[in-house]
Design a protein around this ligand. Structure first.
Ligand SMILES: Cc1cc2nc3c(=O)[nH]c(=O)nc-3n(C[C@H](O)[C@H](O)[C@H](O)COP(=O)(O)OP(=O)(O)OC[C@H]3O[C@@H](n4cnc5c(N)ncnc54)[C@H](O)[C@@H]3O)c2cc1C
Length: 337
């Protein structure tokens, strides 16, 4: 690891004033230190935000929570997963944070860092490979080892969106609050936050280098909403998803008024399957409609040489998670985390 300076900050203003000349934010450090040890990131200065208490905590907004929730960027995944306010009305987010990584990691990892962890691709995350994302015109995954890579919407880079939290927050129509010393605050919807590789291969999100992610805002789901997240991996724990699903069902009696089917490990950017959503909207949730939605989610899939199994796994993940959200199936013991 290269030597680096450490700026220990206890206020947002202090951190923002340090975010220049290639400095990088360190929150929990789980992803960042991994990249620094791999030699893919060699910052001259780290800005440690871990002691900024105003970036921590879960706050109901509006009338006793009627407006939704604001979650500080430094709130850990464990805190999000365990909070009664999240568990009661935002189950998909509690599930996603509570099943990411391991208990130790969930105690260190922050929600902001989870959303900003770098893409999963072993070529991209190795200092030995210079690929499209690093300014070259080659992708090694297309002709190389691609069993964990994307099957949809990948353009020139089939890396996969790694964040379980982002899948849940996409399902919940959440947005992130960003702040910089030069431009002040702005809010960006999660659906607009991540960038497709073909629109900008060098950055996977819209944040500028001098910006800090300060909070996540989540609107309160409509009355009658049920939601769930499940992830499937190669191992039972300790690993990212190879297929995952965040499901939100707005129910009107027996009928599904509105459905959101969010997917992570299918593509470089967390995505909604509008085809799967159409298969549920206006219908009762049954094993048949859930199965049809799972199948519809694979519209447009273009698996690579080693990951056609994902075209079978995603429909199962989506089918089981729809039924879990609807209260018609228990959490799948073969789901991971
Ligand atoms: C074995 C293993 C299994 C895992 N499984 C999963 C999984 O199933 N699901 C999942 O979602 N994740 C998984 N992870 C990833 C883990 O959840 C993330 O690495 C972690 O959430 C990152 O959070 P952090 O606070 O440590 O971020 P850091 O490592 O501190 O930061 C990550 C990136 O975000 C930037 N950053 C962090 N916070 C801010 C901020 N507030 N403003 C601006 N920039 C910021 C940093 O500069 C850095 O580039 C796994 C990790 C491991 C090691």
């Amino acid at each position: 690891m290269n030597s680096f300076a450490l700026a220990d900050c206890s206020t947002i203003e202090a951190a923002l004033s340090q975010l220049k000349d290639g400095a990088i934010v360190k929150a929990g450090g789980v992803d960042l230190l991994d990249r620094m040890k791999n030699g893919t990131d060699t910052p001259a200065r780290l800005v440690n935000i871990r002691n900024i208490s105003e970036l921590r905590g879960i706050h109901p907004t509006g009338n006793g929570g009627a407006g939704g929730l604001t979650i500080g960027a430094l709130t850990t995944l464990a805190e999000v997963a365990d909070a009664p306010a999240v568990r009661s009305h935002y189950t998909v987010l509690a599930d996603a944070c509570g099943h990411a990584a391991t208990p130790h990691i969930r105690n260190m990892a922050t929600l902001g860092g989870n959303l900003l962890q770098q893409l999963q691709c072993w070529y991209y995350r190795s200092a030995d490979f210079q690929c499209l994302r690093k300014g070259k015109d080659i992708c090694y995954a297309f002709s190389g080892l691609n069993q964990y890579h994307a099957i949809m919407d990948y353009g020139g880079c089939p890396s996969v969106a790694p964040s379980s939290g982002a899948v849940a927050l996409l399902a919940l129509d959440a947005s992130v609050e960003l702040a910089s010393a030069a431009k002040g605050k702005r809010t960006v919807a999660i659906r607009d936050f991540y960038l497709q590789p073909d629109s900008n291969p060098h950055s996977f999100h819209v944040m500028a280098a001098d910006e800090l992610l300060t909070a996540v805002h989540i609107p309160r789901p409509a009355t009658g909403t049920r939601s769930a997240y499940q992830k499937y991996g190669e191992k039972e724990s300790h690993d990212w998803a190879i297929a995952d699903a965040g499901i939100l069902l707005e129910m009107d009696g027996n009928l599904c008024r509105r459905a959101v089917v969010a997917m992570g490990a299918a593509s470089p950017v967390v995505r909604r399957s509008h085809e799967a959503e159409a298969a549920l909207t206006g219908k009762p949730i049954t094993p048949e409609t859930a199965r049809a939605a799972g199948q519809a989610s694979m519209t447009g899939a273009m698996p690579l040489s080693m990951n056609a199994y994902k075209v079978q796994l995603f429909p199962v993940a989506i089918y089981r998670t729809i039924l879990l959200a609807a209260g018609q199936m228990d959490r799948d013991p073969s789901a991971t985390g």
